[in-house]
Design a protein around this ligand. Sequence first.
Ligand code: PGA
Length: 255
Amino acid sequence: MRTPIIAANWKMNKTSAEAEDFFSRFGNLLEVAGVEVVICPPFPLLGLAAEHCRRMSLRLGAQNMHWETEGAYTGEVSPLLLRDLGVQYVILGHSERRQHFGETDQNVSRKVKAALAADLTPIVCVGEMLPQRQAGQTMAVVGEQLTSALHNLDPSQVRRMVIAYEPVWAIGSGLPATPDDAEAVALQIRKIIGDLFSLKVARDTRIQYGGSVNPENIAGFMAGTEIDGALVGGASLDAAGFARLVKAAMGVRVP
Ligand code: PGA
């Protein structure tokens, strides 16, 4: 049984006062069993968020990390420090990092290994850009990103991971993929994991959809058999809206 997982990617948003406000309101709104809710704030808010997450049984995630544990890497953050702060998940290979910060498949692969070594669970983002989709290259692109990220891993490591299918054109655009399209790609992702490792690993690995997910459309993505949750950007910033989204994902009626 794969536990559903909804992750909030706050990106470069919120001050500490705004984060405090989010947690104080979210705490009263959310009572949903059987789902892992992960909050991924910007690095400087991790300490503040860690205390709230512990108290509220939420999981704490980071949005990036370096592949080395220490050294002369100005401006970077070590997986060991993340662990030390109570971080459990780390988003790796987000398309914004690939697009704006030169993140390559090779870097993502290094980071995946370093995260696992530090006992962090990677949420690895894969997804095609619009011209690639239009050219029918979705699975080629996703397959290459995925195969590289999973290179040289043990089956036991892969089973712990989360794969986020995030079509780049759907991120922040208000134009999500259809649940059917997302489900089809998730199924292919499972096939690739099955070919690389085993059917059991493929069945155990959690797959999220990300890209313009909101409280109204989340149920559609959760309705199929392959998608286990969502990576949520814009719709994770408002406590009330995000609580509604988590409830809707778990089939709790949202008034
Ligand atoms: P969005 O972002 O929900 O704002 O589209 C998703 C993401 O980038 O993870």
